[in-house]
Design a protein. Structure first.
Length: 156
């Protein structure tokens, strides 16, 4: 076959499952809900899980790196924010970001519905893993702040 420069580029989506095999994946709404329940760790987990399923390993690594940077930034900036600033804008920012990334770089809900190779994970699974990710987010943010408070570097 010759290389056709006018042909559409091939997509990695849909190449993972074998014929007749069904693979579960999180929809963009499930990713956003998992991020809402699970915090920053939820964003990282649900996005990287889908990238892993779709065999987009470079995007999986980027998700982990950016997620860890966000956690560090959040942890470092928290002691310096005024007390009257609500948490809601931060939550909305990473929930919207998670959904947009899932829609742009992964599969949209309609694509999963129409696919013979993919189906949704259970919403209960999203909720349960979201709670586990919430615990991870809580520990990842609170423990460094408690250490900084205990050493006297930052007072809370």
């Amino acid at each position: 076959m010759e290389n056709n420069v006018y042909a559409a580029p091939e997509s990695d989506i849909g190449k993972n499952p074998q014929a007749g095999e069904v693979t579960k994946i999180y929809s963009p709404i499930q990713v956003a809900c998992g991020a809402f329940v699970g915090g920053p760790a939820g964003v990282m987990y649900f996005l990287q899980a889908n990238f892993n399923i779709l065999e987009q390993y470079g995007m999986k690594q980027k998700t982990i790196v950016w997620g860890l940077l966000y956690l560090v930034l959040l942890t470092v900036s928290t002691p310096f924010l005024p007390e009257n600033i609500p948490n809601l804008p931060f939550t909305i920012a990473y929930v919207i970001t998670a959904r947009l990334v899932a829609e742009k770089y992964q599969m949209k809900k309609v694509d999963i519905i129409e696919s013979d190779h993919y189906e949704f994970y259970s919403n209960w699974r999203v909720f349960g893993l979201g709670l586990l990710c919430l615990l991870v987010s809580f520990v990842a943010i609170l423990v460094p702040l408690l250490v900084l408070d205990a050493t006297g570097i930052v007072t809370m």
